[in-house]
Design a protein around this ligand. Structure first.
Ligand SMILES: C[S@@+](CC[C@H](N)C(=O)[O-])C[C@H]1O[C@@H](n2cnc3c(N)ncnc32)[C@H](O)[C@@H]1O
Length: 391
């Protein structure tokens, strides 16, 4: 593909990404992979270049752009070296017309930017929410050996963490294939460390998804005790078993929950867990470094739906904690309404619960909890709070 054809390809994929975001369908990463599946003529360099242009353009736009071309013209406005590629050549984009619409820049749609600012995110914080994320791994202590890894890994704040440059392909390393390392952002590792799950305890990972944090908890528990991993999403939860096998995490019990029937389906665990991790569904505003188009999936109604779900999950989790046990409420978001405000509401409704602010080796206090951000801590944006059940 010529450089101009790559720009045109990125514009076409951007159109698909914009459509999908408005209907909350597939993420950009999946869309671009699919797009290339039917375009065998594109070589690996073309794929890389188109992906790069696509994600640069997504990051460059704040509000949802009207078209892929308008989004790419936003990138051209920020990087004029691309302008000459709008040359009208075969497979390339048409020349730019006078007064052609250019998508707006910024960090997010205006309503969302306002809420981020109200959550204490200044301009520098906002800009780094969209940086490219490094690749963090956690050494899996269950494998008991020191894995042989490339030497450019830097130590992180996490006890078993190493950091590699963005785009590092760890899946090709023996250490990954053998389960000696897991890909996991430092913030997620620190949250699991803060929960301090001990061998022999009874722990629930209530919103386990594909089990990223469950695996870290199993390692901390040295495969001893009980660890229940739940989710309402069958496809996500089904990815846990093969990951657990690769990691040597043999203690995990998985339980698929039906939305609305969670309490009944967890009857046997009521008031029983030493610790419950509620890694609640959220806007994902702390993970835009990886999914920058996720900003375009949100609107105020969707955020309200998510916060209602968080309130439900937090209350569900509370019912599972034994007297004196701990509840960790976590969101990968930097919006106050999803973190500190949820915890404040919970404490107002349950005044006998006691907040104990977790102190992590990175991050800062926020409300009754602790917040990590890409700008201050070079991690995904996260909020974590620890609530202790009345005895
Ligand atoms: C932030 S993700 C969890 C990520 C996961 N803990 C990890 O470390 O990879 C939130 C999860 O909550 C799940 N969820 C949504 N509603 C739920 C409910 N009522 N009960 C349990 N899980 C729920 C979603 O399906 C989603 O997988």
């Amino acid at each position: 593909m010529t450089p101009a054809a790559r720009v045109q390809a990125a514009i076409e994929v951007l159109d698909l990404v914009i459509d999908a975001a408005s209907e909350r369908r597939a993420p950009a990463d999946r869309i671009v992979t699919e797009w290339f599946r039917t375009r065998r003529f594109a070589g690996s360099k073309d794929r890389r270049a188109v992906r790069e242009l696509l994600f640069r353009a997504i990051r460059a736009c704040g509000p949802v752009p009207a078209t892929g071309r308008a989004a790419m013209l936003r990138l051209v406005a920020d990087d004029p070296s691309l302008a000459s590629l709008f040359d009208g050549s075969r497979h390339g984009p048409e020349p730019v017309r006078d007064g052609e619409p250019v998508a707006e820049g910024g960090s997010a749609p205006a309503w969302l930017e306002k809420r981020l600012v109200a959550s204490g995110m200044d301009a520098a914080e906002l800009a780094t929410l969209l940086d490219r994320a490094p690749l963090d791994v956690r050494v899996n202590s269950l494998r008991g050996t020191t894995p042989s890894l490339p030497e450019n890994g830097e130590a992180t704040h996490a006890r078993l963490g190493l950091r590699y440059p963005p785009g590092t392909q760890v899946e090709q390393w023996d250490a990954w294939r053998e389960g000696a390392i897991e890909v996991q952002d430092t913030a997620s590792q620190l949250v699991c460390e803060a929960l301090n799950a001990r061998p022999g305890e009874q722990v629930i990972d209530l919103c386990a998804g594909a089990g990223g944090k469950t695996l870290a908890l199993a390692a901390a528990m040295e495969n001893r005790g009980r660890l229940l991993a739940c989710d309402v999403d069958r496809a996500r939860l089904s990815r846990l078993a093969p990951r657990a096998e690769r990691a040597g995490a043999t203690m995990i019990e998985a339980r698929l929950l039906n939305p609305g029937q969670e309490r009944a389906m967890l009857e046997d665990w009521q008031d029983a867990a030493d610790a419950v991790l509620a890694d609640a569904p959220c806007s994902g505003s702390g993970t835009w470094r990886r999914n920058p188009e996720a900003r375009w999936r949100l609107d105020e109604a969707e955020l309200e739906r998510i916060t209602r779900l968080q309130h439900h999950v937090l209350n569900l989790a509370a019912g599972l904690v034994r007297p004196g046990g701990r509840l960790f409420y976590v969101v990968c978001s930097v919006l106050d309404e999803e973190g500190p405000d949820q915890v404040a509401r919970f404490l107002a409704e349950n005044p006998d619960w006691r907040p104990v602010r977790p102190v992590l080796p990175a991050g800062n206090a926020r409300g009754e909890g602790w917040r990590l951000t890409p700008f201050r801590d070079e991690t995904d944006g996260f909020f974590v709070a620890c609530l202790v059940s009345p005895c």
